[in-house]
Design a protein around this ligand. Structure first.
Ligand SMILES: CC(C)(COP(=O)(O)OP(=O)(O)OC[C@H]1O[C@@H](n2cnc3c(N)ncnc32)[C@H](O)[C@@H]1OP(=O)(O)O)[C@@H](O)C(=O)NCCC(=O)NCCS
Length: 103
């Protein structure tokens, strides 16, 4: 029996007036590093632009190198920082960067 299509990644955002926020973007671990998130985010930004979104925001752990590389590629700029925003299971804290892209 065929298992059918298997989800390899997705992006979720919410929109209000001409602003939107990316809530999450993720790619299956085995598929990372192949440009999938770049393709996902590119098509998502095109869709938001077509809907009239002018400003796109997101939060990211400042230690998340793959995510930061992804967002920099699209031209996101840092507009804020939340100290000790994320908590890890070991009790450590990480800062969140707030990024913005003008569409
Ligand atoms: C962030 C994530 C979505 C990237 O997905 P991906 O499909 O591997 O990304 P791409 O292959 O399109 O690569 C995007 C950029 O990340 C870089 N990258 C990918 N894996 C990397 C790694 N392990 N370390 C450093 N940079 C990495 C790529 O070189 C590329 O940068 P470039 O455009 O300067 O070449 C993926 O790592 C992921 O799902 N992480 C867990 C969830 C997460 O952290 N989401 C973001 C929350 S804000």
């Amino acid at each position: 029996m065929s298992e059918g299509p298997i989800l390899q990644g997705f992006v979720v955002s919410r929109r209000a007036a001409d602003e939107a926020e990316i809530l999450t973007i993720t790619v299956a671990p085995a598929r990372r590093g192949n440009g999938l998130a770049t393709a996902l985010l590119g098509s998502h930004i095109s869709r938001l632009t077509a809907l009239g979104v002018a400003s796109l925001f997101l939060e990211v752990d400042e230690n998340n190198k793959p995510a930061l590389a992804l967002y920099r590629r699209f031209g996101f700029a840092q507009v804020g920082r939340r100290p000790a925003y994320y908590s890890s299971a070991d009790g450590s804290k990480a800062n969140a960067l707030i990024l913005k892209l003008e569409l």
